[in-house]
Design a protein around this ligand. Structure first.
Ligand SMILES: Cc1ncc(COP(=O)(O)O)c(C=O)c1O
Length: 406
């Protein structure tokens, strides 16, 4: 790639690509406002949090306004992994416990501590397997899970199973520190957690005096459209929220947001210092990203364009039930689940790979994910528009027509 602008990439041969998988360039590639904010702050002052400067307070106050009021303390870091690692440290410090509960197929980051909490990594090629202190909840997958939408009260079954796991494993001697979750399981295959699920799991976790940590690294900053944070879809308030990727539109800035009580406990004399986290340039960039989200109404755009995308993809699904079992997601965080011969129990990773490779030649960049690699994931910059959706959907449609002829 040579250049990128808005929702497009341009390669060295001058070919243009629709970028459908970049939830880092949230407000669009090479955004001028974000760039100008970075440059002008860099020419003025760039230092670290051993010094006092205003922009960190201005940005913190503004960002915290997007959260429920009890989440009113923020720690700045540089990456999503750092945010989750710090969240884990804060949770362990608060609870004095070591055990962690995670969702199956989750990915929370690349550090030693987070590979241990990422079944997506520790279960797969090269992975060292699950550690004893890690406990995994089954994904409530409505089509391919142990219990599916076809079962009566299927969601309750998952909650009951979680209750058993929590009851069996955690006690005063062997206690639980925290539960990490994404509100839409990204690496799990863009699976939306069903309504009521998180509310119940969080209740069970809190009965054990453990903390609930929402990983918003992928889903945050208006991507889901109807809310600024994906956890809000579930009418819950986590104890800790971690932010990353879209926060700096490509600039390395990330954060941990929590309550005063938890932050105060963490302030135990050891001191939290981060050479780059919260530096003035990063804060200026973060602030500019919020400016663009507001000025260009990007959360609303994500809702409108996301709904349009979902509707169009569902129309394609109706025409090709043999290939597509489900269109999932919210806003501009979408998944297309591909199957063999209309059998939703037979994921079709081959077709998924063929589709993304074929669409790349048409100028559309997509990728696959999920435990079977059969889900096409779609998470473009939020400047994506209806024309872009029409183009992507028409190419998917043409691909499936050609596939049908074979
Ligand atoms: C849900 C989630 N959490 C955390 C991370 C780690 O973020 P980073 O790559 O910035 O360390 C990722 C990265 O893909 C992610 O998808």
């Amino acid at each position: 790639m040579l250049e990128a602008k808005g929702q497009f990439f341009y390669d060295e041969q001058g070919r243009k690509y629709h970028d459908c998988v970049n939830n880092i360039s949230h407000v669009g590639h090479s955004n001028k406002l974000v760039h100008d904010a970075l440059v002008s702050q860099n020419l003025k002052l760039n230092t670290n949090t051993r010094y006092l400067y205003n922009i960190i307070n201005e940005y913190s106050d503004r960002l915290l306004k997007t959260f429920p009021k009890q989440l009113n303390k923020i720690f700045f870091v540089c990456t999503g992994s750092e945010a989750n690692d710090l969240a884990l440290r804060i949770a362990k410090n608060y609870t004095k416990a070591q055990n962690v509960l995670v969702m199956d197929n989750a990915y929370h980051g690349h550090t030693n501590s987070l590979i241990d909490l990422s079944p997506y990594k520790f279960k797969s090629k090269g992975g060292a397997g699950k550690k004893d202190f890690v406990h995994v909840l089954r994904m409530p997958d409505e089509i391919r899970g142990k219990w599916t939408k076809q079962n009566n009260k299927w969601i309750n079954r998952y909650i009951e199973e979680a209750k058993e796991i929590i009851k069996k494993h955690f006690n005063k001697k062997n206690s639980l520190s925290c539960f990490f979750f994404e509100s839409i399981l990204g690496c799990g295959g863009q699976i939306e957690l069903p309504k009521g699920y998180l509310k119940n799991i969080i209740k069970l976790v809190r009965q054990k005096n453990a903390l609930c940590i929402a990983d918003e690294v992928q889903t945050g900053f208006g991507r889901v459209g109807s809310n600024f944070w994906a956890f809000e879809e579930h009418e819950i308030v986590p104890d800790i929220v971690t932010l990353g990727k879209p926060m700096g539109n490509g600039h390395p800035i990330a954060a941990v947001v929590t309550t005063k009580k938890i932050a105060d406990t963490f302030n135990n004399g050891m001191e939290y210092f981060n050479s780059f986290g919260g530096n003035p340039v990063s804060c200026a960039v973060g602030n500019a990203v919020l400016d663009v989200i507001e000025k260009d109404n990007l959360q609303k755009n994500s809702k409108i364009v996301g709904n349009y995308f979902l509707k169009n993809l569902r129309n394609i699904q109706k025409k090709f039930p043999n290939y597509i079992s489900k269109i999932s997601g919210k806003g501009l965080f979408i998944g297309i689940d591909l199957i063999i011969n209309g059998n939703f129990l037979l994921p079709n990773p081959k077709l998924a790979t063929k589709l993304i490779n074929s669409l790349r030649l048409k100028g559309i960049l997509l990728s696959t994910d999920g435990p079977y690699n059969n889900v096409i994931k779609i998470k473009p910059p939020l400047v994506f528009n209806k024309d872009n959706v029409n183009f992507v959907c028409s190419e998917i449609y043409k691909f499936l027509i050609d596939e049908d002829k074979k």
